[in-house]
Design a protein around this ligand. Structure first.
Ligand code: ADP
Ligand code: F6P
Length: 423
């Protein structure tokens, strides 16, 4: 592909993900503030510079009025983002329901909802219907913006029907689908009533990607065992059509962190933090407040450490920065209360009039504050019970260029970190 000046033009790419890289906060009838969204998908794709890319995704907020929708569409256009507006009921059924109450726990081996989380089979069905409907809405927007030769890259468990809908529209469209979570063993995937439809829809893509070889292997064996298809070294074959399946571990834009550490505001912030915690070792957790991140387990382990090592009680502090996530899902609400209760109890038990052992923040930190915190940390605690590809561990290592901090990883993360560091 050549531009008029003779230089090769960049490949056009349509990134399609449930979440846009920026989140919108309404400031007036037609004014919006945009902030970078937290989450691994966004961080991983920030390094995507080789493409002429546009991003299609859910606006992330309910905007029932046309004035607001138009203003937000314009504000997002400057960031090369195209919003999809979903109403409250759709968000409830598709995002809170099928995505985050069914697929997310299942893909992380937490099972499928029991009676208390899923009142009737009918509600399962209506969530599944909404999921398909939402995927159709995404497909419609892709169709509007697609030009011949574009590559369409669909992301994550929210959009497993999208490859099928896109290929039905235009079989020549180049479609990739990448999963940012684990893909579970076929024994687990088998528990899902819609197991076959989901697999077949993903298989409509040309290329299907996972973080690790194991997740790719699980997917291929789900296709062979559940659908009875042929697994090959390249992927899955169905009636002569091959869908390529492979592992592509994501990473971070390492240089962005290194550059940030040189900035005066980051250096000043580091100085302030060092003074604030002088004489104490700093332990750090940075997570979305999600059950897979093992946050209660991390805090309880810290309590045990203080109990068993009284001489450390006034020499160490745990900073837990936990950005709220999926706050309308009851399981996440329960987790938030549980974490607050444990932190309060431990601070009550070991705190003094001048210091507490745990600083827990329920919020996101901006990029520079996060870099400063990583840089002055002595021990980073990444305690996921199961995770797709945890990027916090990479970010911490990137910011430790001049420190001699320690990264403590739960067993489940060891193989993932190894992949990212050596590939
Ligand atoms: P996940 O994909 O489950 O969100 P990752 O560890 O892969 O988990 O990625 C999380 C991303 O979100 C990282 O880039 C991290 O810096 C960012 N993040 C997580 N929690 C916070 C927070 N409290 N403040 C700022 N950024 C955060
Ligand atoms: O890691 C899985 C994932 O769904 C990412 O795609 C996303 O960045 C992150 O979790 C945050 O989730 P949500 O968009 O639901 O806040």
């Amino acid at each position: 592909c050549q531009r008029q000046d003779g230089r090769p033009s960049k490949q056009r790419l349509l990134v399609v993900a449930n979440r846009l890289p920026v989140s919108a906060i309404r400031r007036g009838e037609d004014s919006w503030q945009l902030e970078v969204s937290a989450g691994g998908l966004v961080t991983a794709l920030l390094g995507l510079k080789e493409f002429d890319a546009k991003w299609i995704g859910w606006a992330g907020v309910n905007v029932p009025d046309e004035v607001g929708q138009r203003a937000l569409t314009n504000a997002l256009a400057e960031k090369r983002c195209i919003p999809i507006f979903l109403d409250e009921e759709m968000v409830h059924q598709y995002y809170n329901g099928y995505c985050n109450n069914i697929l997310w726990p299942l893909f992380h081996y937490l099972g499928i909802p029991q009676e208390d989380r899923l009142a009737t089979t009918r509600s399962f069905q209506s969530q599944f219907d909404a999921y398909k409907k939402a995927n159709q809405m995404f497909a419609e927007v892709v169709k509007e913006h697609y030009k011949e030769g574009d590559v369409v890259w669909c992301h994550d468990y929210h959009l497993m029907f999208l490859p099928k809908y896109l290929k039905e529209y235009n079989n020549k469209m180049k479609v990739g689908w990448f999963l940012h979570t684990p893909f579970p063993s076929s024994e687990i995937h088998r528990m899902l009533p819609s197991r076959s439809e989901l697999l077949r829809s993903v298989l409509a893509a040309d290329l299907v990607g996972f973080h690790t070889y194991d997740y790719a292997r699980h997917f291929v064996s789900a296709c062979t065992r559940i659908l009875g298809l042929e697994g090959t070294p390249e992927g899955v074959e169905d009636q002569g059509k091959l869908t390529r399946v492979a592992a592509f571990p994501i990473g971070i834009d390492y240089e962005r962190f290194i550059r940030a550490l040189e900035l005066p505001q980051v250096q000043n912030h580091m100085k302030e933090l060092k003074q604030r915690f002088a004489g104490r070792k700093v332990m750090l957790g940075v997570d979305r407040l999600d059950m897979i991140k093992g946050i209660p387990q991390k805090i309880l382990a810290f309590e045990k450490f203080l109990e068993e090592n009284p001489h450390w009680r006034d020499r160490v502090v745990l900073l837990q920065i936990a950005v709220p996530t999926r706050t309308d899902v009851p399981e996440y609400q329960k987790l938030t209360s549980q974490v607050h209760e444990i932190v309060g109890r431990i601070n009550g038990k070991f705190g003094t009039l001048t210091a507490v052992p745990i600083h827990h923040l329920d919020r996101s930190l901006d990029f520079h504050a996060l870099c400063a915190l990583y840089a002055i940390t002595d021990v980073a605690l990444v305690t996921s019970l199961r995770d797709g590809m945890n990027l916090v561990s990479y970010e911490f290592v990137a910011c430790q260029a001049s420190n001699k901090g320690v990264l403590i990883l739960s067993e489940v993360q060891h193989s993932l970190l190894g992949l990212g560091l050596f590939w």
